[in-house]
Design a protein around this ligand. Sequence first.
Ligand code: ADP
Length: 628
Amino acid sequence: MTAVLFLMSGLGLFCAILNKTRGLFFFGGVTLAFSAIIAVEYISGLDFSIDQLFLEDYIHPETAHPGRPAPNTVLAFLCIGFAEILLGLNRKRQSDIVTATVEVIGFVVFVLGAHALGGYIQSVEIAYAWGTDTRMSIHTAISNAALGFGLLAISWSSQSKQIFKVPLWVPFIICFLALQVDLVAPPEIIASIVYIPLVFCSVWFILPRTAFTFAIIATLLAVLRYLLFPEVYMTEENMINRLLTIGAIWFVAILVFWQRVIDRKLERSENYLKSILDHTIEGLIVTDSHGTIKNYNRACEKIFGYTADEVIGKKVTMLLPPYYRKKYKRRIEDYLVDNKASGMIAMDREVEGLRKDGTSIPINVGVNEMRVEGERFFSGIVRDITKQKQAEAELLRSNTELERFAFVAAHDLQEPLRIVITSTDIFREECEKELSEQSLEFIVHAQNAAKRMRALIKDLLEYSRIDNEYQGCEPVSLTEIVNMALENLNFDIRKTGAQIQVDTEMPVVNGNPVQLLRLYQNLIGNSIKYRNKDIPPQIHIKAKKDGMHWILSVEDNGIGIEQEYLEKIFSPFIRLHTATQYPGTGIGLAMCRRIVESHKGKIWALSTVGKGSSIFFSLLDASAELSE
Ligand code: ADP
């Protein structure tokens, strides 16, 4: 019977390894059923005549129950059969509690075998003979220990490590060894102190209260001998001795519990932070002051193609193309040498990143310095701007195409227009006497329209040329530019009696002198043109520093602009007056906006109708780098 049960339970374990659930249920079930019947036989004293079902026992015919496995062997089979059924149930839906139970059962089976074996070695009969004349034989003891070990190994391999970080059998082995030491040590020795390592094992378990579970087990084991043989061991000295060690065990358990609670809190907040970082859309990289990557979130994995494991601990320069590496290193080194307080190092900087597949990718980076316990770290927010760059390139392409079209069209229209104007001039001169007054008026109308069209085309040409003309920038003194503009407008200024006041501190800015001259000339020209008829124009040209920028303005006391048009006037061909009221094409301010924007600045207007208007624009100071 023992051999059959070993065969069944062994095959069950094979099924567990091969993931055969039905086999597990079958072999585990058979083992459990037979061992349960034999257990009932032992407990009830009945005989169901299954002991010699397979074979007549001729080796021990003289024993009380020939052919029946020993009680401790039956207990081991009961445990194995039950564990195999549990393993079968656990295949579909993994439960950590079930896995842990299988682990405990495995340990019990192992201990039953190991204990009996120890009994044979030390000649302690009670260890292998439990009450009856049927004993667990040496080979059965070895097989039980092996099966127990098998169960331990199987349950460990299927653990998800949610409850504990080490196999359960480690504390159990400690527990077993400690018990052996405690049992053989003379009672006067504080041998139960060896259970303290068992309590320490609870640091490997996820739940802090495991410390108390182990403390309870340690307490029970420590008093086991005294409960079993009270009359021999329960002396006053021994009891004080034991109480002190139990006190020590619980003290350690409380300390471990406390520490685990703190650890858990830390782990939780760490996990919380990690999941925030992992779920942010922006990439985040943290490096130490040597450029070694410490943190790298999931968004970065998408941007660069490297996983966190592949980059953490490596230099951040691996994510930059070779030509950027030196520049980056220099920047960080300069920063560290400067020894500034923590803060922003770079904001919204467009650079290139290097992907795992070797391609480069446009990214926008913001780098910040932070200090943790005196150590300096750099955190970088990384954004993939491939799409934005593509859209910009597409916009540039279509704008360039449009400009080219406008330029060609305007250029080609000029010639036929010139012929129309000169031909009507000649026609008017030659036929003036023969034509009626009304016909002459028509010709003048046609000529005026043609001239207006010529002015429009000229402005359109200038407008489309702005970007083509813009080739880099140089430091330009705005005092000189404004003086030139005033010189060009000298005739209008004198004619209207305009008073012009220019700030003494006009700056030097980065820009294109030709375009800046056109800008000032347009703005001052408008202030003169849109003057109040009754009072002479007063124009104030101002400059004010604002960080790396200059806020410049041309302010007048003219007719003003209505609030709703303050934005619209910067669009091409938007005019608020007819050509007879105020001559013009409506392109001047559109041109100003293009000039300012090509200098990476902004332009806007403020006005009070009847009182005057102010046109503001910003330009970078000459000391600022335009293209970083
Ligand atoms: P244009 O002067 O050829 O009409 P602009 O683009 O220079 O074209 O100006 C657009 C419109 O903005 C003008 O028609 C005018 O109504 C208004 N405007 C521009 N500058 C001033 C100003 N300094 N004061 C009042 N209105 C102005």
